[in-house]
Design a protein around this ligand. Structure first.
Ligand SMILES: [Zn+2]
Length: 128
């Protein structure tokens, strides 16, 4: 059962990665502050600041700034999201193969008792 082992491994990996998943589109922005005489007002803007944008429930794009100390973890979490997408596609393909296989074995189980009763009038050609 190669598929079963593959599926278990995928599910384990998905479960591990899901704990670290973060969602959004990352971008870096440079900002000016309100402090009088700050260098940012002469063009040396503050940054880069990591910004995360995403489509909210209402369909409008929203987002937030990530504290500097969390920027690396945020990038890691979004990379994990991408990896999860790829793994889910793989799992979906394994699930489809299982579904196909279960369908075949079910129809084979149904055929078995009919073969024992060879005179069963289920096929038109057996009537003739
Ligand atoms: Zn400033």
């Amino acid at each position: 059962m190669k598929n079963s082992a593959t599926r278990d491994a995928l599910l384990r990996r998905l479960s591990q990665l899901a704990r670290r998943a973060l969602f959004g589109t990352l971008s870096e922005t440079y900002r000016t502050c309100g402090r009088p005489g700050c260098r940012c007002q002469q063009g040396q803007k503050h940054g880069p600041h990591l910004y995360v944008s995403f489509r909210g429930p209402s369909g409008t794009t929203t987002g937030y700034y990530v504290p500097q100390a969390l920027a690396e973890a945020m990038r890691g979490g979004v990379a994990v999201w991408q990896e999860l997408q790829a793994l889910l596609r793989e799992l979906a393909e394994v699930n489809r193969e299982r579904l196909w296989a279960s369908r075949v074995s079910r129809s084979q189980r149904q055929k078995t008792p009919r073969r024992k009763h060879g005179s069963s009038p289920t096929r038109p050609e057996e009537h003739l």
